[in-house]
Write a protein that binds this ligand. Structure first.
Ligand code: PSU
Ligand code: MN
Length: 308
């Protein structure tokens, strides 16, 4: 064992040993996706939602160069409140570990680390993807390429509406990432219930998702991820007119401010939270809590299936 190993929190380590249900959670949402001081409270609520549905939460992040699966409360507090926490994608993990850095893991990095630790289900808010200016910037989230080769179920509210959703769906097809709607054949768009695209497949229960994961395992043909797209009910979404106005304004400001690369997503989410006076924040929190609940129920169903 060396100091660069993945460190399992005590509760998560015990749960994995006993094959009890575990749900991975990301930390970029906490450090870069949600404003302070709400972010720490929400991070704890997400873990609570996982517990309430019968699974053990494993929030993943890097503390002082140590890659932790199942951050304890002091570590979670540090990533939520300290300045200078890096946003870590998969490619950054080893560099940041060697540098002894504090870092928050994205969907890509969280998926890769969770799968390496033996966790099969992960809850987040909205998936990353192809950015709207990608034709000129080539900006496509590493979430996509990572999910092409990482066996994990990602429960999310579809693809973030700040992105080019149609292009992202096409890339997911090219990369061979499976997408199923949860009780819907329409792709959700994060803040919005319906992003305007049809899906080929839907599932109706956590048990059905567990069946898909078991089939993936048994066939051994497809080594990639499964996106479970869980829409907000229409009466809980962000008002679509407010959404469209806020997004147009955010994209214009981003161009004016010259924001590029990994700063784009945090910039646009922060713009939404400020410009909607917290309305988008409330929606974002609802999304994550609902996904945490569904992911936990999937993990419970998968553990039952494996034990049967
Ligand atoms: N979903 C949210 N809030 C977030 C993110 C997702 O509700 O902040 C984060 C995830 O960590 C995702 C990242 O991986 O945004 C995408 O960033 P980029 O576009 O730079 O890959
Ligand atoms: Mn990017």
């Amino acid at each position: 064992m060396n100091s660069f190993d993945i460190h399992l929190g005590a509760e998560v380590g015990a749960a994995l040993r006993d094959r009890r249900p575990v749900v991975a959670l990301e930390s970029t949402i906490v450090s870069h996706g949600l404003p302070r001081p709400d972010n720490l409270r929400v991070a704890r609520e997400i873990e609570q939602a996982v517990r309430a549905a019968g699974a053990v939460p494993a929030t993943i992040g890097m503390v002082g160069g140590r890659l932790v699966v199942g951050l304890d409360d002091a570590e979670l507090t540090r990533l939520a409140t300290v300045d200078g926490v890096s946003k870590l994608s998969v490619r950054d993990l080893a560099v940041a570990a060697a540098a002894g850095a504090d870092g928050a893991t994205t969907v890509a990095a969280t998926s890769a680390v969770a799968a390496a630790a033996g966790i099969g289900v992960f809850a987040t808010g909205g998936l990353g993807g192809v950015h709207r200016q990608a034709a000129t910037t080539f900006d496509e989230s590493a979430d996509l390429g990572t999910l092409a080769r990482t066996p994990i179920a990602v429960v999310c509210a579809g693809i973030k509406s700040i992105l080019d959703v149609g292009a992202t769906l096409e890339r997911l097809e090219t990369l061979g990432v499976a997408v199923v709607g949860y009780r819907t054949r329409r792709l959700p768009g994060f803040y919005l219930t319906d992003a305007g695209f049809d899906l080929d497949w839907s599932v109706d229960s956590p048990e059905q998702v567990a069946d898909v994961l078991a089939a993936q395992d048994a066939h051994g043909v497809h080594g990639g991820g499964l996106i479970v797209a869980n829409p907000l009910p229409a009466d809980e979404q962000l008002d679509p007119a407010l959404h469209d106005r806020t997004l147009a304004e955010g994209l214009a400001r981003m161009e004016r401010d010259g924001v590029t690369g990994k700063a784009v997503t945090p910039y646009l989410l922060a713009h939404f939270h400020a410009a909607t006076q917290g309305a988008s924040l409330a929606v974002n929190v609802r999304i994550i809590l609902r996904n945490a609940d569904l992911a936990a129920r999937i993990a419970v169903a998968a553990a039952r299936r494996a034990a049967a």
